[in-house]
Design a protein around this ligand. Structure first.
Ligand code: GTP
Ligand code: MG
Length: 334
């Protein structure tokens, strides 16, 4: 058995939480594992249900929920989300997760100004980990009931042939290691390989890799963005968005095919998911059958699929299409 991974294809907020929420129910994995990031990565799973630290796979009540050692945690936020979603009995936090402390929030004010960071202390806490002076989850008394070795749990699940779904955060266009995007990036690499390491599995244990795109591009904070819409253009299309964590208005623009290809290749993605098709193309809201999409939407999806296929040898198809905020508003072509 191999673990499937979901990653972002643009600059984050493509709707990964929404897609993981769907896959967790549909594929019924034994465990859903959050990889990487910190409380700066907000996921809207279904209408009004947002998480920043616990896995978006809470949608399946029979899945075990795990937070891998590569994730930076703010214990107060973790505990709040555990309670809010009533997942006390089925969540495990890795002993080795790095902990955010008050000084990390202060240290981030400079980054907020300079590169538009969200300001949750994630980057400075990670820097502290690199300096080998960070506190880990195992040092925090209030987390004791939930502590576990996530790598052991995941590798055992795979050994027994059970399904594992790994939830990546942010996106290819925010990777720390990309010289073109730097310094307007997050504090880690954001590809499938990194997310595998974040939960403690090696590359050979990876199965399907889902790259999630929105039908248009959105970006919170500073940094390059091609085909950005003016306020007027956004108004014409009737689309406006605010950040899940930051509350800031998101910059919007046309689907960036070059970035989509780079991110498919850099992840060795095998499947694509495209969200918010209904927001970009009128008349597609809640459609659950490909044949019922408008011609315009079909043409767009077919051309994205054909283009990705022509560029990436690992890519199979646009497997998931989302046409509304609820899990059921999904076209599943797998
Ligand atoms: P990730 O960080 O990638 O998990 O996404 P996010 O939750 O930050 O993404 P975003 O804020 O863009 O998505 C949030 C809003 O869009 C939520 O209210 C979702 O329920 C909703 N949403 C997600 N997919 C779709 C879709 O296909 N159509 C519509 N209309 N709304 C969607
Ligand atoms: Mg988000």
């Amino acid at each position: 058995m191999k673990a499937n991974i979901v990653v972002g294809g643009f600059y984050g907020d493509e709707g990964k939480g929404r897609i993981v929420g769907y896959l967790a129910v549909k594929d019924n994995p034994h465990c859903v594992v959050r990889a990487g990031g910190g409380p700066q990565a907000g996921h809207t799973v279904t209408r009004g249900k947002k998480v920043t630290q616990i896995p978006s796979g809470f949608t399946n009540p029979s899945s075990r929920l795990l937070v891998g050692r590569g994730t930076i945690i703010n214990p107060a936020i973790v505990l709040k989300e555990i309670e809010q979603f009533g997942v006390e009995a089925r969540i495990g936090i890795d002993y080795g997760c790095t902990v955010i402390e008050p000084q990390h929030l202060e240290q981030e004010t400079e980054l907020v100004k300079r590169i538009g960071s969200v300001g949750t202390g994630t980057g400075p806490a990670r820097a502290e980990r690199v300096m080998r002076s960070a506190k880990l989850a195992k040092d925090i008394e209030s987390l004791k009931p939930y502590l576990t070795d996530v790598a052991d749990e995941v590798n055992e699940a795979l050994r027994f042939g059970e399904g594992v779904l790994i939830e990546g955060v942010q996106a290819y266009g925010l990777s720390l290691l990309n010289h073109k995007f730097y310094p307007f990036v997050t504090s880690q690499d954001t590809t499938a390989s990194q997310f595998a390491a974040d939960v403690g599995i090696g590359p050979k244990a990876i199965g399907e890799i889902y790259v999630v795109y929105k039908a248009y591009v959105s970006r919170v904070g500073k940094g390059s963005m091609r085909f950005e819409w003016t306020e007027e253009q956004a108004e014409q299309r009737g689309i406006s968005e605010k950040g899940t964590v930051s509350g800031r208005v998101r910059r919007l623009g046309d689907f960036d095919m070059d970035l989509a290809v780079k991110s498919m290749i850099g992840n060795t993605g095998t499947q694509a998911a495209i969200t918010c098709v209904d927001r970009l193309f009128e008349g597609n809201s809640g459609v659950r059958d490909f044949s019922k999409l408008t011609d315009e939407a079909k043409r767009f999806l077919d051309s994205v699929g054909a283009h990705l296929k022509s560029k990436s040898p690992y890519f199979n198809r646009v497997a998931l299409i989302s046409t509304g905020p609820d899990s059921e508003d999904t076209i599943d072509l797998r």
